[in-house]
Design a protein around this ligand. Structure first.
Ligand code: PBG
Length: 330
């Protein structure tokens, strides 16, 4: 007797494995998050994100060109806002000459064909570190979405191709879509953070932007009243379907690795591109364990990125984008 099928034949060597491989990573898969600060000549490493940096605008220009030379053609911009410009309503977010608006122009001037996406949320601008306006100890939904719409218009007018609301307020996609249409910004797209979970994996990002919720009386200590409960699956489908109905061009699941069941389910259910955000804590875990010599950095990085794509991600927002492309394509 012998086995009727020998699956190992297709695993004999790397040549045949690469011939039958189902998931291939290319530069086209990636969206590169970039952190931006005021100043000149600044490239500062984020302590909880080794080898990841905040850039001032002059060095952002250089970074954008390097990404482009690697075939990385999409960026997602985040700004670190000085404390003296923060308030409860994100006033500075609407400044036509604010850091985000200048960053958009900087990237577009440096690399005109770079696809520029922008984070639309109040938290980097909020004295409380929240994604919404706070009144009487509560995050007020509809006041917040009004500001997010104005923020989206401001980003689009500065040259953003796609705005990416990451706040999880109800109804914001529809409100942003309508606001953009009314301004004639009909070609500005929306990538909705649709299934964004209240996750402990965002810690290093909040270090990067100095945007953690403040610990004070009458202020919610976490984001659980707007971001999703990680115990929930059906709710992710509902959130995603609603965002598509409201006008989202791309939907997103976030975080990545611990949520690949949700990614697959959403990929099977929707007919728009699905993005996945491999978040800062996922990056930090791989960095920390490999620094200790406990994990093989490159192998684990590639395995996780491939798993995210295999689960159904059409777009992967990842701090590893450059590392992966350098590893695969030299
Ligand atoms: C906030 C925002 C967060 C991230 C992206 N946009 C953090 C949060 O919700 O507190 C997290 C990204 C990451 O951890 O890499 N609007």
């Amino acid at each position: 007797m012998f086995p009727l099928r020998r699956n190992r034949r297709l695993r004999t060597n790397e040549s045949i494995r690469s011939l039958v491989r189902e998931t291939i990573i290319t530069p086209n898969d990636f969206l590169v998050p970039l952190f931006i600060v005021e100043g000149k000549g600044i490239k500062e490493e984020i302590p909880s994100m080794p080898n990841y940096y905040r850039y001032s605008l002059d060095l952002l220009e250089k970074e954008a060109k390097e990404l482009w030379s690697l075939g990385l053609k999409s960026v997602l911009l985040f700004v670190k806002v000085p404390d003296n410009l923060k308030d409860n309503k994100g006033t500075e977010a609407l400044n036509p000459n604010g850091l985000m608006q200048r960053a958009i122009k900087t990237v577009k001037n440096a690399v005109p064909d770079m696809l520029v996406m922008t984070d639309v949320a109040l938290d980097p601008f909020s004295i409380y570190g929240h994604d919404g306006i706070i009144e009487n100890g509560m995050i007020v939904n509809d006041l917040t979405t009004a500001i997010l719409s104005e923020m989206s218009i401001s980003h689009a007018q500065a040259g953003a191709d796609i705005v990416a609301p990451s706040d999880m307020m109800d109804g914001r996609i529809l409100e942003i879509r309508e606001a953009l249409e009314e301004e004639g910004l009909v070609n500005t797209g929306i990538m909705a953070y649709s299934a964004k979970y209240a996750s402990a994996f965002y810690g290093p990002f909040r270090d990067a932007l100095d945007s953690a919720p403040v610990d004070a009386l009458h202020i919610p200590k976490d984001k659980k009243t707007y971001q999703m409960d990680y115990a929930n699956r059906i709710e992710a489908l509902r959130e995603t379907e609603m965002d598509i109905d409201e006008g989202a061009d791309i939907v997103m699941v976030k975080p990545g690795i611990a949520y690949l069941d949700i990614v697959r389910e959403i990929k099977n259910a929707v007919d728009v591109p699905v993005a996945v955000y491999q978040v800062s804590g996922e990056y930090a875990m791989i960095k920390a364990a490999s620094e200790k010599g406990w994990l093989d950095h490159d192998a684990v990085m590639l395995e996780q990125i491939t798993a995210i794509k295999r689960a159904g991600a059409d777009i992967i927002a990842s701090y590893f984008a450059k590392d992966v492309i350098k590893l695969l394509y030299k």
